[in-house]
Design a binder for this molecule. Structure first.
Ligand code: AMP
Length: 213
C-alpha cells in the first residue's frame, strides 16, 4: 500500500505519519526530513536545498524526485510506505506515477489534511522540533516534560529555520499556489479522502486509521 498525506505545512502530516507507520508496519518517507538530514550532513544536495527551504520555497523537482526515487528502492519500503510532503505539485505527482508504474505499483490512497490557515500560523510559530529524532512539540499545546529537551531522546529542541513567521506565510502561499491543485488531481482519480486536521491529534489518528481501512 502506498499512501500520500496531502496538506499544508503544520497540518499534522508528520505527526500522524509517524504513528500510522508503526501501526501498519510501513515506511515513513518524508522529503522534508530527508532534505533536513542532507543539510545537516553538509552534502551538495543539502547546500542547494537550504537556499530554498530557508525562504519557504519548494526545492527544485529534479533534486526531490531523485531523492524519492532512491528512497523507494530501500528494503523498508517494500511492504508499503507513507509519503509525507511529496508530491508537492502536479509535476511531481506525474513523475511519481511514472516511477511507480515501472515497478507495477501505484498510489493507493491520498488523505487530505484539511485545516484553516489561521490555525496553521499558530501551530507552526509555536512548534519546536527535536534536533536529533525530529519529534514535534509546541510551546503551549504539546510541552515536553523538561523545557527545551526532547522526551523521547533527551536532545535539544530547536525552532526550525522555516518556522519563523515571515517564512511561514510564504510556505502557506506556496501550498495554495502549487500544492493545492493536487486535490483535484487525486479527486479526479477517486483516491482522495479528506479529514478534519483541526481536531486533536488522537482524533485525527482515529480518522486516518478509518480512512486507510
Ligand atoms: P516539510 O518538512 O515537508 O514542511 O518540508 C520543509 C521544506 O522542504 C519545504 O518548505 C520545501 O522547501 C522542502 N520540501 C519538502 N518536500 C518537498 C517537495 N516534495 N518538493 C519541493 N520541496 C520540498
Amino acid at each position: 500500500m502506498i499512501v500520500v498525506l496531502l496538506g499544508p505545512p503544520g497540518s499534522g502530516k508528520g505527526t500522524q505519519a509517524k504513528k500510522i507507520v508503526v501501526e501498519k508496519g510501513w515506511a515513513h518517507v518524508s522529503t522534508g526530513d530527508m532534505l533536513r538530514a542532507a543539510i545537516k550532513s553538509g552534502s551538495d544536495l543539502g547546500v542547494q536545498a537550504k537556499k530554498f527551504i530557508d525562504q519557504g520555497m519548494l526545492v527544485p523537482d529534479g533534486l526531490v524526485v531523485s531523492l524519492i526515487g532512491e528512497r523507494m528502492k530501500e528494503e523498508d519500503c517494500q511492504r508499503g510506505f507513507v509519503l509525507d510532503g511529496f508530491p508537492r505539485n502536479v509535476a511531481q505527482a506525474v513523475v511519481l506515477d511514472q516511477m511507480l508504474k515501472v515497478v507495477g505499483q501505484g498510489v493507493g490512497q491520498v488523505v487530505l489534511f484539511d485545516i484553516a490557515d489561521e490555525s496553521l500560523v499558530k501551530r507552526l510559530s509555536g512548534r519546536r522540533t527535536c534536533s536529533q529524532c525530529s519529534a514535534m512539540y509546541h510551546i503551549e499545546a504539546v510541552q515536553p516534560r523538561r523545557e527545551g529537551i526532547c522526551d523521547q531522546c533527551g536532545s535539544a529542541l530547536v525552532q526550525r529555520s522555516d518556522d519563523q513567521s515571515e517564512v511561514i506565510l510564504n510556505r502557506l502561499k506556496v501550498y495554495h499556489q502549487q500544492t493545492e491543485p493536487l486535490i483535484k488531481f487525486y479527486r479526479d482519480q477517486a483516491k482522495l479522502v479528506t479529514l478534519d486536521a483541526a481536531k486533536a491529534a488522537d482524533e485525527v489518528n482515529r480518522s486516518l486509521t478509518r480512512a486507510l481501512g
